[in-house]
Design a protein around this ligand. Structure first.
Ligand code: CMC
Length: 421
């Protein structure tokens, strides 16, 4: 059996055989046989936009691996910053590399005071923190104009460190702006999740974090750290392919993540659970989804068609968090919703299963995060993934992203003056 496909142009009888390499066929070969005939693929559902050595995702078998390491092992044994190193460099660090990386990240956590104050003060008190974060990240490009030199690998690494380090600072600042509370400066003597949660919540006296919540935060960040060519990563790559600086590219990723079909889904799950209101209303809600009145948020995935391995890990982590915080009152509704959907042919036949967002919102809420912060947490976690892909794309010397379209608009027509229309 030949590992190839043959395409025949029935208009001319000409054929071309294209080898299957890494599970894909080269569109350049297609273009040779069929110039001007475009591959119609809305949502790029059948298009591999790149080769990538970062994350392996097998949706049929529920497999997710960063640089070859199973997500389950990383969530159990690693830390977010170690995983960030793995994504960025391609390998786990040895002790010396690990220590240097942690030192590097923790000495770049501060954001220029004038900038932080001025940019966040420009927003209304109830501005959504994703709006602040997206603008905050984009604006950093004006602080580090040298970031434009994207051809220099050392320079790219410098901006990568800065962004991973500063995301929690910007995120916490966005949160406290909303509350009208004074900003808490980063503490470079504590680990990444502890520093972030302290900046979020410390008021007055010392801040102490329960180790179970610290671990849960590490796990949540690790689970979100990368997910190959998802919508926001693609947004970063598309903008980066124009050779925009990394801050502009990552701001584009933040903007994509903000959408309720992507990073906004966990916020939407909580709103949905509130709307359902009680255990008794679950069946009626399921019926309304089936009749097309809305989607069951936190269910379904473009790639995972059996289960989302992140959802399994997160469900277990949820119980560890609830031991400390007490059970989230919405948990019973969520569990019944999950049970009802998993035994309903509508969801089963469409291969709709809980995704990472179904339980993450419940954890975040129990830890004290308001729903508006959920996508911000996702963005902090995804930053190393976005930057690894951006870096990989530059290294690949990729072409500018510029898809084609199939034009379906009017034929040519002559302009008529307003009085003649
Ligand atoms: N509830 C009810 N029906 C659904 C859902 C859902 N959550 N998701 C898909 N469907 C139906 C959809 O109506 C369609 O039915 P039909 O064939 O009868 O028209 C079928 O399933 C296929 O849906 P699709 O829109 O073609 O699927 P997609 O691959 O384009 O969309 C998705 C994937 C994640 C956007 C979608 O499942 C969804 O909107 N889910 C809810 C939002 C959500 O939880 N998003 C978080 C994704 S995980 C986080 C991340 O990685 O970003």
């Amino acid at each position: 059996m030949s590992e190839s496909v043959t395409i025949t142009d029935n208009r001319t009888g000409e054929s071309i055989e294209i080898p299957i390499v890494n599970g894909g066929v080269d569109a350049a070969e297609w273009r040779k046989l069929l110039p001007g005939i475009w591959f119609a693929d809305p949502g790029l559902a059948t298009t591999a936009s790149t080769t990538s050595a970062i994350t392996e995702l097998d949706g049929e078998n529920g497999i997710l691996r960063y640089r070859g390491y199973p997500i389950e092992q990383l969530a159990e044994n690693s830390t977010f910053l170690e995983v960030a190193y793995l994504l960025v460099y391609g390998d786990l660090p040895n002790q010396a590399e690990h220590d240097a990386w942690i030192e590097d990240i923790t000495t770049h956590t501060y954001v220029h005071e004038n900038y932080r104050k001025r940019i966040f003060d420009a927003f209304h008190y109830d501005a959504h923190p994703m709006g602040l974060l997206t603008s905050g990240v984009a604006g950093l490009s004006t602080f580090y104009p040298e970031a434009k030199d994207i051809e220099d690998p050392e320079n790219r690494l410098q901006q990568t460190v800065r962004l991973i380090a500063k995301m929690p600072t910007l995120a916490a600042a966005a949160y406290r702006h909303r509350l009208g509370q004074p900003f808490v400066f980063p503490d470079n003597n504590v680990d990444y999740p502890t520093n972030f949660l302290r900046m979020m919540w410390q008021i007055g006296g010392p801040y102490e974090l329960d180790p179970a919540l610290q671990k849960a935060m590490e796990i949540l960040l690790i689970l979100h750290a990368d997910h190959e060519q998802n919508c926001s990563t693609t947004a970063a790559r598309v903008v980066g392919s124009a050779h925009a600086d990394p801050y502009s590219s990552i701001a584009a990723a933040c903007a994509a993540l903000y959408g309720p079909r992507h990073g906004g889904a966990n916020e939407a799950v909580l709103n949905m659970l509130d709307e359902i209101g009680s255990y008794e209303n679950v069946d009626a809600f399921i019926e309304s989804v089936k009749s097309g009145e809305g989607r069951l948020m936190g269910f379904g995935h473009r790639v995972y068609k059996n289960f989302d391995p992140r959802a399994t890990i997160i469900k277990n982590a949820a119980y560890d968090v609830f031991e400390v915080t007490g059970k989230n009152p919405r948990l019973d509704i969520a569990l019944k919703l999950e049970e009802a959907a998993l035994s309903d042919d509508y969801f089963v036949s469409r291969k709709l299963y809980p995704n990472v967002d179904f339980y993450s919102g419940l954890i975040y809420q129990s830890m004290g995060f308001p729903t508006e912060m959920f996508t911000v947490l996702f963005a902090i976690g995804r930053t190393p993934g976005w930057l690894s892909h951006w870096n990989e794309m530059i290294e690949q010397n990729s072409r500018i992203a510029r898809p084609r379209q199939l034009y379906t608009g009017p034929e040519v027509r002559d302009y008529k003056p307003l009085s003649a229309r």
